[in-house]
Design a protein around this ligand. Structure first.
Ligand SMILES: Nc1ccn([C@@H]2O[C@H](COP(=O)(O)OP(=O)(O)OP(=O)(O)O)[C@@H](O)[C@H]2O)c(=O)n1
Ligand SMILES: C[C@](O)(CO)[C@H](O)COP(=O)(O)O
Length: 226
């Protein structure tokens, strides 16, 4: 039997690095809010997937207005954003009520490839903890004291989402006290001593973070016409 699949789409942040009053997850690319494009990617993967959208409490009414304006009708439940990404994920996990697989995906990564979503969920059924990564394509320097040194880029990977886990494992991991080292879900699961399996992500799957990323997003939209 196929496991129940959930995705927590975390969009509870303020988008400070974007420097816009409106959080970046609501900004339009190609006329449609980033977040709607992200949700559509998971619905296209599976119309049965349970979508839990984590939003800042003070933006939930605005989101409902946006849904009406854009005729957006993909079913989803809304959870309250927290102080950090960790707290937002934890709030979203309260809506995961059955065993199965839970993906956690940044609301501001609308260009995730269908193959990447499918592979992460499919592998997680056996491996319990799977994350998409890409190669480092530039030279990397490590800051040491006043100076710096080149390190082998082959020893590093760049981490993306969706990060997909066995639901019970992820819930247990998120019972741990928060530390600032928890910058993604894999780091939380690893703190339990569980191994995390790496699979190939897609380079287009950028995290829209700064105004420059919006320009890249517009170009990506033109090139893949989604
Ligand atoms: N308290 C928070 C902080 C972040 N996120 C979400 O986690 C994802 C990745 O975080 P990031 O890009 O850092 O977003 P922000 O925290 O909004 O950005 P900034 O750090 O520039 O304020 C985003 O979809 C963001 O909305 C969240 O759900 N809750
Ligand atoms: C989860 C993540 O997108 C993986 O690259 C990233 O760690 C989020 O980081 P941020 O601190 O929320 O920008």
């Amino acid at each position: 039997m196929n496991p129940m699949k959930y995705v927590l789409i975390v969009a509870g942040g303020k988008g400070l690095r974007m420097g816009c009053e409106l959080p970046k997850q609501f900004l339009p690319i190609g006329g449609k809010p980033v977040l709607m494009r992200t949700i559509e990617a998971f619905y296209a993967y599976s119309p049965e997937i349970r979508i839990i959208l984590v939003l800042p409490c003070n933006q939930q009414a605005y989101w409902n207005e946006l849904c009406l304006k854009h005729g957006f009708s993909i079913p989803h439940q809304i959870a309250d954003g927290g102080e950090t990404r960790f707290h937002s994920v934890k709030n979203g996990l309260a809506f995961v009520t059955t065993p199965g697989l839970v993906g956690v995906h940044d609301g501001v990564r609308p260009f995730v490839a269908q193959e990447v979503i499918a592979r992460c969920y499919s592998l997680a059924a056996g491996k319990q903890a799977v994350i998409p990564v890409t190669d480092v394509v530039e030279t990397v320097r490590h800051l040491v004291g006043e100076g710096s040194e080149t390190v082998s880029r082959d020893a590093y990977k760049l981490v993306q989402t969706p990060q997909v886990f066995d639901a019970d494992l992820l819930k247990q991991a998120y019972e741990q006290p928060y530390t600032s080292h928890f910058t993604d879900d894999a780091s939380v699961v690893e703190a339990l001593g569980k191994p995390v399996y790496l699979t190939e992500g897609n380079r287009e799957n950028i995290k829209i973070t700064t105004p420059f990323d919006l320009k890249i997003a517009a170009a990506l939209l033109d090139s893949c016409s989604i």
